[in-house]
Design a protein around this ligand. Structure first.
Ligand code: ZN
Length: 177
């Protein structure tokens, strides 16, 4: 950050009085600009014994497979965000289920939330951010071409739980890229 979004003056990185972390503080109006983690929300769309993955048409990780997910927008709930991303990336009609995984990624200041979801029909198709959308059984999952560690961790957990016959909520920390 270089300039204040309130008044356009330059900002300096310093610890405001009463605070304990450096913040971008405006040299003109004095506004303190806090930077906080971003939420990524998505889901695991299920159809019988298969799940829906999207092959990315955008960087980062162009050409690799992911669950439908993306940055939450202001004014929406986590469930609404996950459903919106699923529609945008896969054109999929879903019924959203419960929260399934939560991963903290402190090295990139993100929190990833993935919900379980049920596909309502097979009318899905790639959105502009996807090259391809298709259903995979567990043995068909392209494990070497999964885009993100949180997606991989969620998928591994999902199949472990399915073998065990019970799905519980899982959370954890992922500290490496
Ligand atoms: Zn300012």
């Amino acid at each position: 950050m270089k300039f204040c979004s309130e008044c356009g003056s330059t900002v300096v990185l310093r610890v405001p009085s009463g605070d304990n972390l450096p913040r971008y503080v405006c040299s003109g109006c004095g506004a303190v600009h806090y930077l906080n983690p971003k939420m990524v929300v998505g889901c695991i769309p299920e159809w019988e014994d298969r799940i829906l993955l999207c092959r990315r048409a955008i960087e980062p990780k162009y050409g690799l497979w992911t669950l439908p997910a993306g940055f939450m927008e202001n004014g929406e709930t986590t469930l609404e965000g996950a459903a919106r991303e699923t529609w945008e990336e896969a054109g999929a009609h879903i019924e959203m289920g419960g929260l399934y995984t939560l991963y903290n990624l402190p090295h990139i200041n993100q929190v990833h939330l993935m919900f379980r979801a049920r596909l309502l029909d097979l009318g899905f198709q790639p959105g502009v951010e996807s090259l391809e959308t298709r259903l995979f059984t567990e043995t068909e999952i392209p494990w070497d071409e999964i885009a993100f560690r949180t997606v991989r961790a969620t998928l591994e957990q999902y199949f472990r739980d399915r073998h065990a016959g019970s799905f519980d909520f899982h959370f954890g920390d992922i500290r490496t890229r």
